[in-house]
Design a protein around this ligand. Structure first.
Ligand code: HEM
Length: 418
């Protein structure tokens, strides 16, 4: 046996990991198969499943998901930091089919060209100078709408969804579309990226939205070239970026920039209303809204899992992975890893500050992180509780949450003294 070969202590098989950074001298084992995991159970409540997976091994082969699921914090972090061994450019990607080949499924140097094309739109200085005022106006409009609907209104669908959709519409520069269009596009394109069952109706809806987005972009680009503003499309109108990339990147941003702020807004409010002592603390000291936001995305990562593919045979935390292995980087599990977070299943805004992985990491670190923090933690949460200090979850109608690839509240009736 050559020096670089390693022997699996369980099967006796030999392997030659090719990366210099692979622990080729260390023993490794094959990924255990978690055939007890079902998509139905993950969708209802993935957290007990993640607990068991993490305890058994940092990496499992999960037949029902048709991927290796990576659940420990350290393994997820290692993947994020190493795009040479863990490519975002997954083969047979449903996201590419649904939305086109966006920056999220490209590796560098191609990825960086697309990422740079977004210019200053999503950066903190532009948010401060330009977007915060717009977010505040949108927040007023949709809070008014919630209050008009009266006690029993649904926090998610009467407020959080239209508010975040309207913000995203303006950030993108779709002056020819409505926030309802953005919500429809976002959901149907996301459904396409998760269409593992290959349902033709799901593809038909995703394709219809894709065509609508293409038409809206074609319509806006010449207008914004002549009348520039701070939007993404306005930047792109003056850049030598192929139309195909503009379309794919916008569709990915529509899919990724709406659900997550909507979900973190609703989850944070649900968690605060369910923990009155923490709510009191935040009401006494509104600077704690920022901590509530970060704890919320740690506790329930709005993007629970994203894909990567190995570029070579390698060993990840003692588990051998073949070249071309399809991985699910399970942020929802990493963010509750007890090796990093004490009492990880509990929502606690006072926990010791440690970096969570909810916004990803490495070259694909979320480009909208500062937009999400601004619209939710700085604008929406303080104003919501200022106007509705007696806000409560409706005791007559239970809230529901669901999802694992994306997770959030699906129904959240609220009441207040009117
Ligand atoms: C709480 C809210 C949000 C969360 C938790 C979140 C999470 C993430 C994560 C985990 C990734 C990396 C995925 C991967 O590596 O495969 C990502 C990428 C991205 N996000 Fe977000 N996101 C949020 C809000 C937003 C918003 C509001 C926007 C835009 C307005 C946005 C735009 C993007 C873009 C453009 C990328 C791709 C970055 C790249 O490939 O370089 N996100 N996001």
């Amino acid at each position: 046996m050559s020096q670089s070969q390693t022997t699996c202590p369980f099967t006796g098989a030999t392997s030659t990991p090719t990366s210099a950074s692979s622990p080729s001298e260390q023993p490794f084992r094959e990924a255990p198969s978690a055939d007890w995991v079902t998509i139905e159970d993950l969708y209802k409540n993935p957290f007990p499943i993640y607990q068991r997976l993490r305890e058994e091994s940092p990496v499992h082969w999960v037949p029902e998901v048709n991927r290796y699921m990576v659940t420990s914090y350290s393994a997820c972090h290692e993947i994020e930091q190493d795009e040479a061994r863990f490519s975002a450019n997954e083969r047979n990607s449903l996201m590419k089919r649904s939305m086109g080949h966006s920056m999220l499924r490209k590796d560098n140097p191609e990825h960086q060209v697309d990422r740079d094309s977004y210019g200053a739109t999503l950066r903190p200085a532009t948010i401060k100078k330009h977007w915060n005022e717009i977010f505040a106006a949108n927040n007023k409009k949709y809070l008014d709408q919630l209050i008009e609907r009266g006690p029993g209104a649904d926090f998610v669908w009467d407020y959080a969804a239209p508010y975040t959709a309207e913000n995203l519409r303006l950030i993108c520069g779709f002056h020819n579309s409505t926030q309802q269009d953005l919500q429809r596009w976002s959901q149907t394109l996301i459904d396409g990226t998760g269409n593992y069952a290959d349902d033709p109706e799901v593809w038909a809806r995703a394709e219809a939205s894709s065509a609508e987005v293409d038409a809206a972009i074609d319509d806006m680009l010449p207008y914004l070239a002549a009348t520039p503003d701070h939007s993404l499309l306005s930047n792109l109108a003056s850049m030598p970026i192929p139309l195909e990339a503009i379309r794919a990147n916008l569709k990915m941003t529509i899919g990724g920039g709406l659900n997550e702020p909507r979900d973190v807004l609703a989850t944070t409010v649900w968690a605060l209303l369910s923990n009155p002592d923490q709510l009191d603390a935040v009401l006494q000291d509104p600077s704690l809204f920022a901590r509530a936001f970060e704890e919320s995305v740690r506790w329930v990562a709005p993007i629970g899992m994203y894909p990567r593919e190995t570029t070579q045979e390698l060993v990840l935390e003692g588990v051998r992975l073949p070249a071309g292995a399809r991985l699910g980087v399970v942020l929802g599990a990493a963010n509750r890893d007890p090796k990093v977070f004490s009492e990880p299943e509990t929502f606690n805004i006072f926990r010791e500050k440690k970096p969570h992985l909810a916004f990803g990491g490495g070259v694909h670190f979320c480009a909208g992180t500062w937009i999400a923090r601004a619209q939710v933690a700085q604008i929406a949460l303080p104003e919501l509780f200022r106007r509705l200090p007696q806000l409560q979850l409706d005791p007559r109608s239970a809230s529901t949450d669901a999802g694992w690839v994306f997770r959030g509240m699906t129904k959240m009736p609220v009441v207040w003294e009117s």
